[in-house]
Design a protein around this ligand. Structure first.
Ligand SMILES: [Zn+2]
Ligand SMILES: [Zn+2]
Length: 871
């Protein structure tokens, strides 16, 4: 521990040279005490002490060549930690392995060791390394090149690689670093050029593999199967070595990703300093004053951005090197700017010790900022997510996390930047005004001492599988054996491609019929992105993903870009272009849409008496039909203007529950309040789902209705906002009891009277957060939970009666009355899937609410002053 207990250093005065070098390393408890003391009411809801850990070194494996050991020793590695050695041994023995341990635990050594040892002992062998970002691959290149091993010739091969160098790399590099996009677009389609490399491929390293989740993860899973297929054609079966942040059940996730049996090494044996972890809830605001925009959402708390900026400034004043994680780029800029301003007001010049750090910067600039922070020239940095940061940036005095980063895995990844070995550090999670953040700072047990989430991906998604099989067929005709490789659903997908005329079936297999390659984007959004162009100058301001364009850049929309306000003149969907002009009107625009949902099929269900729980396919049809203009100052609606935009359809996977009107009446929910009760439960349920699935609130949509024609009952739907589903609704179904329990508690425990953004209001409601009934939502969820628990108890599973988590996995196979649906309480809904405006028929005593309420990524975003970011 460095010097501490002395008085705070005096901030430097104007003209005085600013102190350089590290901060004084004030002990975290003392720093936290000072930060807390600045508030009238204590913002800290919980303090968790994460103890220091001593490292467990292991011997170098006997097979590691002396040359390699010496190279690592030059870099300061005298011996591996035990987890590194274990993973390396498995890989060297030919087992596929995933090492899933914390930030800065030295995962790279775990794959470098077997990979480089093999390259040194087998002069023909090659290694392919995949990173999710080009920056990470460049970092890794630097690390491997720095070992200066003879004959390895590491090289990055990505979109930035000059054409003139590509040929050389293919022929001579034995350690090629790239990303899944390049593998998909470049290497696999051009496999003939890579045959020499592939036929000698010993290892495939997949770094940061937990980032391959959702739809993107499902695509990458098939890119890897395509890689395995090409290797097999060249007579090679490489060993896969994966590195993951700490994640739940990494063996299963890595197995889904690669399609191979994978062993997991999860025990982190590297040393680390202790961390004091505080949960921080910004204070309540006085009631909104005139002149503040309130729109649909009435904030009751100080914003997390402002609070984080203050904490950053305060930490800098204390001389503590602090990294603040902020979810959006703009948020990072705002935090840095506010902290700088506050510091300059206190001491002119002190603001220079704080900077923002984000993806748009060049790598050299970013590394320079990191270096400045590590050396103490900078004391504060506000950054977007952890992946963009260099691997060396660890050992900070303090980390601020502005808003729940979405998963416990990311939380630990970010907090892991704090704490040098032997030194104490502070981490603070600052809650945003939203149900999940609020729930978490009041339920530390949901954060600490619980396993981190599993990475969710669904390779069987037909919307991923079919285009990937088309790519595979373009690379080489598909055979029956290939269908096995691509797994569940492959045969159906191939049949659909034949039917669509993309593939031709011959006795020897399935052949791609076209000259051109299929166009498939791994990170594809729904629809091509729309360019936002300033008409007078032709300048491209930015892009909006296709799914959001109807909401954000419809004609007349106020669009905010980097703090400048524009008004949209026209939206050309065919050209994917919105023309705008700079203008700062005193209103904001809010798109409205109508959504209907019809059930296509039911995959699985639980019959729990008056309650039903379902998982299945649905068709969601939505159309942006109008927008409101509202005065920024007062929120007053100026007018509603019609829009002429086409309807859009989404076939996806949903989880839904039904509750009989009788049981609701018994629970004290009046018929007239059912729409508001369901709507509120739906909002909170969407807000809390990221607790269970590795998704974002914006990845999922919802719809609630007092009477749905397909279920003939009051129903709440929550669906994946991606075509074909991304595995989130499935996860919600499997963890329904725990998910809905957390939802219920979040609503019941919120201190507000009638609902707020921390519980039942949604930042993206298509119905203006109306109607909402907070107390009735609790009653609805109580009915659902009681009946689900009873249903599961009847199944006599040992922990069946336990509320929160006992019934987690039970819904899926076991309980009486569950199983593949043939009839199950559900009228078999329009199998053809023609979405027949079903939702609009919602009756059930709803008053103004003739339309079902929805919240869909693909269906709406409320534009407040042009910004779509939640913060
Ligand atoms: Zn509330
Ligand atoms: Zn809503």
């Amino acid at each position: 521990m460095t010097s501490d207990s002395g008085p705070a250093p005096l901030p430097p005065r104007r003209g005085q040279k600013l102190p350089s070098g590290r901060g004084p390393g004030r002990p975290p408890a003392e720093l936290l005490r000072r930060l807390r003391a600045r508030h009238a009411t204590d913002p800290v809801t919980h303090v968790e002490r994460v103890p220091a850990r001593a490292g467990e070194p292991a011997a170098w494996p006997a097979w590691a060549p002396e040359e390699l050991r010496a190279a690592f020793a030059r870099r300061g590695v005298v011996a591996p930690w035990r987890h590194q050695a274990e993973a390396a041994e498995l890989a060297y023995a030919g087992r596929h392995v995933v090492v899933a341990t914390g930030t800065a635990s030295g995962k790279s050594l775990a794959y470098q060791l077997p990979a480089l040892a093999t390259l040194l002992t087998d002069p023909r062998a090659t290694v392919l390394y995949l990173a999710p970002t080009k920056a990470l691959a460049a970092d890794q290149l630097r690390a491997v090149a720095g070992l200066e091993l003879e004959g390895v010739r590491p090289a990055c091969y990505d979109g930035d690689t000059p054409r003139t160098e590509r040929e050389w790399i293919r022929r001579h590099s034995r350690f090629v670093l790239t990303n899944p996009d390049m593998l998909h677009h470049g290497i696999l389609p051009g496999h003939a050029h890579w045959s020499g490399f592939l036929r000698r491929l010993a290892y495939v390293v997949i770094d940061e593999c937990h980032t391959y989740r959702g739809v993107f993860g499902s695509h990458v899973a098939h890119v890897l199967r395509r890689l395995r297929r090409q290797c097999a054609r060249y007579g090679r079966t490489p060993v896969f070595v994966l590195a993951s942040a700490t994640s739940g059940d990494p063996a299963t996730a890595a197995g889904r990703l690669t399609g191979l049996p994978v062993a997991a090494v999860t025990e982190d044996t590297s040393p680390r300093g202790g961390v004091t972890f505080a949960l921080w809830e910004p204070p309540l605001l006085p009631p909104p004053s005139v002149g503040e925009e309130v729109a649909d959402l009435v904030s009751v708390r100080r914003s997390a951005l402002r609070e984080t900026a203050d904490l950053l400034a305060d930490s800098v004043v204390e001389g503590v090197r602090t990294l603040a994680f902020v979810r959006s780029r703009r948020g990072a800029e705002v935090v840095a700017a506010n902290a700088r301003r506050a510091l300059d007001e206190a001491v002119p010049g002190l603001g220079d010790r704080v900077a923002a750090y984000r993806a748009g910067y060049l790598r050299e600039e970013r590394r320079e900022l990191e270096r400045a922070l590590l050396h103490g020239d900078l004391l504060g940095l506000a950054s977007t997510n952890a992946l963009e940061l260099g691997v060396d940036l660890v050992g900070l005095d303090s980390v601020l996390i502005c808003g729940w980063p979405g998963t416990r895995a990311s939380l630990w990844q970010q907090a892991g930047r704090a704490g040098r070995s032997g030194d104490e550090a502070l981490a603070v999670l600052v809650a945003r005004d939203d149900p999940l953040d609020t729930y978490l700072v009041h339920h530390p047990e949901a954060l600490f001492g619980r396993p981190v989430e599993a990475t969710v991906l669904d390779p069987a998604n037909p919307y991923v599988l079919a285009p990937q099989l088309a790519c595979a067929a373009h690379e080489a005709p598909l055979t029956a054996a290939d269908l096995e490789l691509f797994g569940e659903g492959a045969k159906e997908a191939v049949d659909s491609l034949v039917e669509a005329g993309a593939l031709r079936q011959r006795p020897t297999g399935w052949y791609w019929r076209h000259r051109e390659r299929p166009e498939v984007d791994l990170r594809g959004e729904d629809g091509a992105p729309v360019c936002v162009v300033e008409e007078s100058t032709g300048r491209l301001l930015g892009t909006v993903d296709g799914g959001s364009s109807h909401f954000l850049v419809h004609p007349g929309a106020v669009y905010l870009h980097q703090g400048v306000s524009y008004v949209v003149d026209s939206l050309d969907l065919a050209d994917g272009c919105a023309l705008v002009h700079a203008e700062e009107p005193d209103w904001s625009t809010h798109a409205r849409d109508v959504t209907s949902l019809s059930v296509v099929s039911v995959r699985s269900y639980v019959d729990a008496g008056p309650v039903g729980l379902f998982l299945g396919e649905v068709d969601v049809t939505s159309q942006v039909v109008s927008y409101q203009r509202r005065r920024i100052a007062t929120g007053e609606v100026i007018d509603t203007r019609p829009l002429d935009l086409p309807a859009r359809e989404l076939r996806t996977v949903a989880v839904w529950f039904t509750v009989s009107p009788g049981s609701l009446a018994t629970a004290g929910v009046e018929a007239a309040d059912i729409p508001g009760a369901l709507h509120a439960a739906e909002h909170a349920g969407i807000g809390l789902l990221p607790l269970m699935a590795t998704c974002d609130r914006w990845d999922i949509g919802g719809l609630s209705t007092a009477l749905h024609p397909d279920t003939e009952a009051p129903t709440v739907f929550v669906y994946d906002g991606h075509p074909g589903g991304a595995g989130f609704a499935e996860r919600a179904y499997r963890t329904a009891a725990a998910w809905l329990r957390a939802t219920r508690d979040a609503i019941a425990e919120c201190g507000c009277e009638t609902g707020c953004p921390s519980c039942v209001q949604s930042p993206k409601c298509g119905n203006g957060n109306n109607p909402l009934s907070k107390p009735d939502a609790v009653k609805v969820l109580d009915v659902v939970l009681a009946n689900l628990a009873r249903g599961n108890a009847a199944q006599a599973s040992p922990a069946g009666a336990a509320g929160a988590t006992g019934s987690d996995e039970a819904t899926d196979g076991g309980p009486a009355g569950s199983g593949e649906a043939t009839d199950g309480g559900l009228r078999d809904a329009a199998p053809g899937g023609a979405a027949g405006g079903s939702g609009a028929a919602a009756g059930g005593g709803s008053r103004e609410a003739a339309l079902p309420r929805q919240d869909g990524r693909a269906s709406e975003r409320t534009v407040t002053g042009g910004s779509s970011t939640p913060d």
